[in-house]
Write a new protein. Sequence first.
Length: 121
Amino acid sequence: MDMPTIPYTLLQAIAREEGFYVDGSRPARNFNPGDLEWQPWMIPFGASGGDPRFAIFTDANQGFAALRHLFGFPLYRGTTISEAMGHYLSGESGPDIAQYILNICSFCEVTPDTIIDGIIG
């Protein structure tokens, strides 16, 4: 999948940070731009589990639709990028959350205190 141009939407920025635009990466193979762990709410988006705990979508459009749906949950609505990424990455051991937030902001050309509602995409 081609990398979008700057500024990115929030979803495109997350996809970039998760490695979705890298050929052969797990997010690319699974059509899962958010590298989301499988949950039952993803079934309407064509998701299944099995890599080993990550959702596998039927195509990238479905993966982006699920990611968009996730950021519509009440937990995320009206939050800043910093708050949203804190929730999104909670329980993750890998990413440096502060650097992740800085990268997302750079890709979207916004600041960490930007409310996500207008930039989700």
